[in-house]
Design a binder for this molecule. Structure first.
Ligand SMILES: [Zn+2]
Ligand SMILES: [Zn+2]
Length: 252
C-alpha cells in the first residue's frame, strides 16, 4: 500500500495541512487536507473515504471535494463512518445552510456523495481493502481503522487519548505493518490534552507499551507547538517516527 500523507497535522497554517491520508490514490482516510493538496483531477480519482470522527480538521474537505468534483465522477464518493458521525455531517456540514446537501445533488438517485454507516468491529470491504473500525477515546464515537490489502494491515487510530480496545485487536493482527497515531500537545498542556482526549509525549510514552512492536508514525502535532513536542518525543527513549512534512509517501 502506498500511503500519501496529504495532511498530517492537528492544525491548519501555511505549510501545515490537517488530516488526510491517501492510500493507492483511491482510498482516503479523513478529509481534513485533501482539497488544497491535490489537483481537482486527482480529487476526482478518489472512490472511497473513511472518516474517523466529526471534528472539522477531519471532515471539512468533504464540502470542497463535492464542490470541486461535481459532475466529474461516474458515481458518488462513498464515505464510511460511524452512524453518529454520519448524522453530524448531515446536520452540521452538508445541511443546506453551511454548505449544499450534496447527498441529494444533483439528485437523490445519483448523488455526489453517499454516506455509509460503519459498525464497530465488523469488517467490511471497500474496493480491494478489508476495513475494520474500532472505537477510540475521542469525541462522538470516534473510530480508528484497520485497513488490510494483499496480506498487510495498517492501523490509523485517528485522534485519541489513552485507549484500550484498539490495542487489544492490534495484538491479534499478525500482518500489522504500521500504526499511524497521534500526539497533539506539549507536556505542559497535559490538562488540555486530557480534556480534549489527545496525547502529549508523556501520555504517549505510556500508550506505546500497549502497542504491538511495529513502526509507529506520529501525526497530528499542533503546528504552534511542533518544535516543543518533537523535543519531548525525542526524549521518551522509544523508536517512533514523527511525521516530518505533509506530502511524504510511505510504502508498505
Ligand atoms: Zn484532529
Ligand atoms: Zn478530533
Amino acid at each position: 500500500m502506498k500511503i500519501h500523507v496529504l495532511g498530517g497535522h492537528g492544525g491548519l497554517a501555511k505549510g501545515f495541512a490537517t488530516t488526510s491520508f491517501l492510500i493507492d490514490n483511491t482510498l482516503l482516510v479523513d478529509a481534513g487536507g485533501v482539497a488544497g493538496t491535490l489537483s481537482v483531477d486527482d480529487q476526482a480519482k478518489i472512490e472511497n473515504i473513511l472518516i474517523t470522527h466529526c471534528h472539522l480538521d477531519h471532515i471539512k474537505d468533504l464540502a470542497f471535494l463535492c464542490d470541486n468534483c461535481f459532475g466529474m465522477k461516474p458515481g458518488p464518493f462513498h464515505v464510511y463512518t460511524h452512524a453518529t458521525v454520519k448524522g453530524i455531517i448531515k446536520a452540521h456540514l452538508l445541511n443546506d445552510i453551511v454548505w449544499p446537501d450534496f447527498t441529494l445533488l444533483p439528485s437523490s438517485d445519483n448523488p455526489t456523495i453517499k454516506l455509509h454507516e460503519v459498525v464497530e468491529k465488523q469488517p467490511f470491504l471497500v474496493g480491494d481493502y478489508s476495513v475494520t473500525g474500532v472505537k477510540v477515546n475521542h469525541a462522538h464515537d470516534a473510530m480508528g481503522y484497520f485497513i488490510e490489502k494483499a496480506g498487510k494491515t495498517i492501523l490509523f487510530t485517528g485522534d485519541t487519548g489513552p485507549t484500550e480496545n484498539i490495542w487489544k485487536l492490534a495484538h491479534q493482527i499478525d500482518n500489522l505493518v504500521a500504526i499511524f497515531t497521534e500526539v497533539s500537545f506539549p507536556n505542559r498542556l497535559q490538562n488540555v490534552a486530557n480534556l480534549s482526549d489527545h496525547h502529549t509525549a508523556d501520555s504517549l510514552k505510556a500508550e506505546l507499551r500497549k502497542m504491538p512492536n511495529v513502526p509507529v508514525i506520529l501525526t497530528h502535532l499542533k503546528p504552534n507547538y511542533r518544535e516543543e513536542i518533537m523535543q519531548e518525543i525525542s526524549r521518551i527513549g522509544q523508536a517512533v517516527q514523527v511525521l516530518e512534512d505533509d506530502g511524504v509517501v510511505f510504502n508498505f
